[in-house]
Ligand binder design. Structure first.
Ligand code: ZN
Ligand code: ZN
Length: 384
């Protein structure tokens, strides 16, 4: 049985000594293995994972390794478990933890900083200078430490937010994505009410950036993309105007919608050279651009336009500055319905099928959720 010293467990929620976990073998190879159930340390809890959403970055990690790294090197064949957008139930408490109780449902965020470096001291724990050093207590679950494609995972208490009873497991997994969108808006200045916001790219982060910006009072909120079905979901999440860039000149339309001057904030979630240049040309003088997607190759951009127009550019990584907590607050209040992006559900044992749905966008999949609690394949809120 699972009874590590100093760790509190409860007979109500017995924890096995061994758990099932998917581990990354060679590129594109995931293996279902038994692993020892991990042990929480100081300020940490053991989370029983109830649901985990698949992210494009998981597909990237499983295929090419980056941006995950274990011990500073490749994550392949290191007994590493990916997956980072999960939620679950507190199942055991590390030494002296009294901030959470066994049995509470929690959402998570990916990063726990070391708490001792300059960036962590500034609250920028997603940019921890000890990134990837678990011996310094840094965690990025699913990237540098074990993640959520398993029955259990370790989380620092600072990464947890309570899930209200009115929120489903699947919806709670989306807090990680909504938190990333929220962090982008936070870095742009956070004062979004009444400002014009363009979101480029209707992937999960872009769609929830629309929802968060609207919930925070941005006006107008404009979404650009190429697929009409995705743009329609953006409208349902609060976009005042959507632009199909295959049919309209995005920069010209944004200028026209903003009195000829351009947008106050642009959140770039597509990561292509063309869309990054659109972002630069649709921001107004003194405007701000958040780059939230990873371009695959170096891009050529109109830097002179940025300089001449005093435009600020921010790169964001992850869901920093406790943005998941703010996203959870909005979602708990039902200020937007993140489940509009949840399209498919599979059991944990069918992870390879779930990954294929996400990768190949089978049946127009957006967010595919894997659950340890439901055996049946459930298709919910299918995108139209
Ligand atoms: Zn993700
Ligand atoms: Zn740090």
């Amino acid at each position: 049985m699972y009874a590590p010293s100093g760790v509190t467990t409860s007979p109500e929620l017995p924890v096995p000594a061994q758990m099932k976990a998917w581990v990354l073998g060679d590129p594109d190879q995931l293996l279902l293995r038994d692993k020892p159930t991990p042990v929480p340390g100081r300020a940490e809890v053991l989370v029983r994972i109830d649901a985990v959403a698949i992210c494009a970055t998981d597909l990237e990690v499983i295929h090419s390794g980056s941006p995950a790294s274990i011990g500073g090197g490749s994550p392949f064949n290191r007994n590493f478990t990916p997956g980072h957008e999960y939620m679950g139930t507190v199942a055991a408490l590390g030494p002296a933890v009294d901030e959470f109780a066994i049995g509470q449902r929690v959402s998570v965020e990916i990063h726990a900083g070391c708490g001792q470096c300059k960036r962590c001291r500034q609250g920028m724990y997603t940019s921890c200078l000890n990134y990837g050093k678990p011996e310094k207590n840094h965690r990025a679950n699913g990237f540098t430490t074990d993640g959520g494609f398993a029955e259990y995972a370790i989380n620092h208490i600072n990464t947890l937010a309570l899930v209200p009873d009115t929120m489903s497991d699947a919806e709670a997994t989306l807090v990680v994505t909504a938190g990333t969108s929220m962090y982008g808006l936070t870095e742009l200045g956070g004062l979004v009410a009444g400002e014009s916001v363009v979101v480029i790219g209707p992937g999960p982060i872009g769609l929830l950036a629309v929802a968060v910006a609207k919930a925070l009072g941005a006006d107008p909120v404009i979404l650009t993309g190429t697929r009409n079905a995705r743009l329609a979901i953006g409208k349902a999440l609060g976009a005042d105007r959507v632009i199909n860039i295959a049919e309209e000149d995005a920069v010209a339309v944004v200028k026209q919608l903003t009195g000829g001057i351009g947008a106050d904030y642009v959140v770039e979630c597509a990561g292509t050279e063309a869309t990054i240049n659109q972002a630069i040309h649709m921001a107004n003088r003194g405007g701000k651009i958040c780059l939230a997607a990873f371009p695959h190759d170096p891009v050529t951009t109109d830097i002179a336009h940025l300089v001449k127009n005093n435009i600020y550019v921010y790169g964001i990584r992850g869901e920093g500055r406790s943005a998941t907590h703010r996203a959870m607050a909005l979602m708990a209040e039902k200020r937007f319905d993140a489940t509009k992006i949840h399209t498919h559900t599979f059991p944990l044992a069918d992870l390879p099928t779930a990954l294929r749905y996400a990768r190949d966008r089978v049946e127009d999949a957006i967010k595919v959720v894997v659950t340890t609690r439901e055996a049946a394949v459930v298709a919910s809120a299918a995108a139209e």
